[in-house]
Write a protein that binds this ligand. Structure first.
Ligand code: ZN
Length: 286
């Protein structure tokens, strides 16, 4: 039987948030079987509201994923959720002091290092899994996603940007546990010089800098002096973001996913449609 997993001990990570620009601290704690991933926001008012990492609790999809319940919100959860999924952590309680998960270096790597250092434990109960049974297709303008039956869990993502540094990139990834996770976790958030003014005007990326994002100018020049970590870093980051969003199904998924030009709000609407479709079955490991 494939058993559910959690962390072997708690870990604590702190830093600035990308969008709100404020300091925050997260403590990721082991949790018992069937808890799932839950965020618990700690505040001076001590109103501990548990917010499940589930698509039903997405309250904003604007350039990142914000979860909320009863007026309490936690922003920019996607990279941490993606890394928990890559590490196959089914249960964890994430206490948050602040409004947003720290952006750190813009990638999932610091979370992955911390999780590996903490280690993992198997719980007695078997995993629950969404098994894709029929081919699901969803599109909006030029964005497309296919979720289809497959014995393995894998993703194939294509992106297209009107910037000479990216143009078209594709990346194929098989969910293969920790060994392969570094290929995605290290890919950083990225953006373009030309959109900084627009995003700041929307009240976003207040904490954004070259320390936590790759920035391209309109000629495709990388503004960061350290350059890129991977020649196709943008598409790898999009895969990471999509894995974080897919984790909002609340359990592991067995199936293949192909997406063209994914983004958070599109991902969230696709997942809601997928859940409505009924093209899947939820099975518990025996
Ligand atoms: Zn991201």
């Amino acid at each position: 039987m494939r058993k559910q997993k959690t962390l072997a001990r708690e870990i604590r990570i702190e830093g600035f948030g990308l969008h709100k620009g404020k300091w925050s601290r997260v403590t990721i704690k082991p949790a018992k079987a069937n808890t799932g991933i839950i965020f618990v926001k700690r505040g001076p008012e001590k109103n501990d509201v548990p917010i499940p990492a589930h698509i039903d609790y997405v309250v904003s999809s604007d350039y990142s994923t914000t979860l909320g319940k009863d007026g309490v919100e936690v922003a920019t959860v996607e990279h941490l959720l993606a890394v928990l999924r890559l590490a196959r952590v089914d249960n964890a309680k994430i206490e948050v002091e602040g409004d947003e998960i720290p952006i750190l270096d813009g990638s999932g790597l610091p979370f992955l290092h911390a999780l590996k250092e903490a280690g993992f434990v198997e719980l007695e109960e078997g995993i629950k899994e969404i098994i894709v049974r029929e081919r699901f297709f969803y599109e909006e303008e030029d964005k497309k996603i296919v979720i289809e039956p497959s014995e393995t869990s894998h993703l194939y993502i294509e992106v297209s940007f009107n910037n000479p540094a990216i143009r078209y990139q594709s990346f194929s990834y098989r969910m293969d546990g920790l060994a392969a996770a570094g290929a995605l976790a290290g890919a950083r958030t990225f953006g373009f010089v030309d959109e900084i003014y627009f995003l700041r005007k929307k009240g976003l990326i207040k904490g954004g800098s070259l320390a936590n994002a790759v920035v391209f100018d309109r000629n495709g020049v990388v503004m960061n002096k350290e350059g890129l970590r991977f020649s196709d870093e943008p598409v790898r980051h999009k895969v990471l973001d999509l894995i974080g969003d897919l984790s909002l199904l609340g359990m592991r998924m067995r199936g293949g996913v192909r997406a063209y030009k994914p983004g958070h709000s599109f991902n969230h609407r696709s997942l809601k449609e997928f859940l409505k479709s009924g093209y899947y079955e939820i099975l518990s490991a025996e």
